[in-house]
Ligand binder design. Structure first.
Ligand code: SF4
Length: 234
């Protein structure tokens, strides 16, 4: 049986390129990233109770797109059915995923139920820090990336970064591995957002990244999001 989201962000111009979108937030995730700032969504497993279809019917003509997020979007129950219902209302659909469910992603692509994907890359293939739920994560991420690359669908790859978890060498390896898998877009680095409790109770970063070094050696263009040195700039 389908579950409802726990919350809705009614309007954003930041989460779907060039579209006015809302975000539906669903509970449940198969990973436990220490920097995750949505512990209540990740650890929750109940029906959120928000009537998303009523909201979307009401906003037709005002919104272009729906972002399915969480939590992990590919774990949403009856995801294909949900996407089909949203598409019937005329919306574009973006999903936010950690790349761990390549079969589900490929099915959505094959059935033309999604229009844009933002996929997280969590760690380099050789990195040893343990991520609960992360067994063979890179293998699954690679299959997801290959499915996206073969589809022609627009997508982006991004990594949430905290200097205490990922060094510059890790980031360069991750970018290189995506480039070797065929990715040619901008690789987004999103700075750890320290606005409240996280799953791993992370301390604030004690140093900044060497961005000139990253830009010099990365084989893809890097897009920096929410970096402290950029805050306050237009
Ligand atoms: S950051 Fe994303 S993948 Fe990681 S625990 Fe949070 S919702 Fe799950």
């Amino acid at each position: 049986m389908r579950r409802h989201p726990a919350d809705i962000t009614p309007l954003t111009f930041l989460d779907y390129p060039k579209k006015a979108a809302c975000i539906l937030w669903y509970t449940g995730c198969n990973l436990r990233c220490p920097y995750c700032y949505n512990p209540e969504l990740v650890l929750g497993c109940s029906d959120g109770g928000v009537d998303e279809m009523a909201f979307l019917r009401e906003r037709r003509g005002f919104l272009d797109a729906v972002v399915l997020s969480g939590g992990e979007a590919t774990l949403i129950r009856d995801l294909a059915g949900l996407c089909a219902d949203i598409k019937d209302l005329g919306y574009f659909i973006k999903i936010d995923t950690n790349g761990s469910n390549p079969d589900i992603l490929a099915d959505l692509i094959d059935r033309k139920l999604i229009d844009y994907v933002a996929m997280d890359n969590k760690m380099p293939s050789t990195r040893t820090w343990k991520l609960p739920g992360g067994a063979k994560l890179f293998d699954r991420f690679s299959l997801s990336l290959q499915a996206l690359e073969a589809s022609g669908l627009p997508y982006e790859i991004r990594t949430t970064v905290h200097p205490g978890l990922l060094e510059e060498s890790d980031l360069l390896q991750m970018i290189r591995e995506c480039e070797q898998l065929g990715y040619r877009g901008t690789y987004y680095l999103q700075y750890f957002f320290n606005a409240g409790p996280t799953l791993g109770n992370l301390e604030p970063p004690t140093r900044r990244y060497d961005r000139p070094l990253l830009d010099k050696y990365a084989p893809l263009r890097i897009g920096y999001r929410n970096f402290p040195e950029d805050r306050g700039k237009n």
